[in-house]
Write a protein that binds this ligand. Structure first.
Ligand code: AP5
Ligand code: MG
Length: 186
């Protein structure tokens, strides 16, 4: 978990490689639907462009089969999901049905100034549709309102590990691996 630009995608990909499990990034899945022009893609494009959240029902419908399949294949790293309390509760229900649970929730902590600089940098490199100044600001606001409260939820469940994600990519990766090592001794 972490705000826009905190490194969820970057760290998720590195972890997936190190741990040999699937990286399920909900934003990437949604952008693929938009690019392919599917019915789901057409439904979500404008909301994503505005920096608002897609409805919990659509997200749960998209994620549940992917996560349960990955669970059967040895595990997964979720990137960008859950993002609301309702998504977290419904994910837990599905996990209970399949007798699986999260091992750890990693929160990538970065200052708002650094986030904005990273996303502005990516806007120049990749031209992602939601990396405009206006939408970045909205995404940060949505994160504060809808997603930050989940930190208390996961803290309460004893799953939360906070990682300082303001350093360079390899330092953050080392800190993430250390947090995993502490919680899940080999
Ligand atoms: P999503 O694609 O998940 O976007 P996001 O949360 O805004 O986060 P980003 O992907 O922009 O950042 P990131 O944390 O992955 O950082 P990254 O590694 O790329 O979601 C997009 C939209 O989809 C949402 O706005 C919403 O509309 C919808 N959506 C998604 N999930 C949803 C859900 N669960 N419910 C409802 N709607 C949902 O890094 C960013 C940049 O920084 C890159 O250029 C990278 O190279 C650079 N960088 C990374 N790490 C470092 C570092 N350590 N130092 C310097 N630069 C770094
Ligand atoms: Mg991402």
């Amino acid at each position: 978990m972490g705000p826009p630009g905190s490194g969820k995608g970057t760290q998720g990909a590195l972890l997936a490689k190190d741990l040999g499990i699937e990286h399920i990034a909900v934003g990437d899945l949604l952008r693929a639907e938009v690019d392919a022009g599917t019915s789901l893609g057409r439904q979500v494009a404008a909301t994503m462009q505005a920096g608002d959240l897609i409805s919990d029902d659509l997200i749960t419908e998209l994620m549940a089969p992917k996560v349960t399949k990955a669970a059967q294949n040895g595990g997964y790293i979720l990137d960008g999901f859950p993002r609301t309390l309702m998504q977290a509760v419904s994910a837990r229900q599905t996990a209970d049905e399949f007798n699986v649970d999260a091992d750890i929730v990693i929160w990538l902590d970065v200052s708002p100034q650094a986030l904005i600089a990273r996303l502005a940098g990516r806007a120049g490199e990749q031209g992602r549709a939601d990396d405009t100044a206006e939408t970045i600001s909205r995404r940060l606001q949505v994160y504060e309102e809808a997603t930050r409260p989940l930190l208390d939820y996961y803290q309460g469940r004893g799953l939360l590990a906070t990682v300082d994600a303001s350093g360079d990519t390899s330092d953050v990766h080392a800190a993430v691996m250390a947090a995993i090592g502490q919680r899940l001794p080999a």
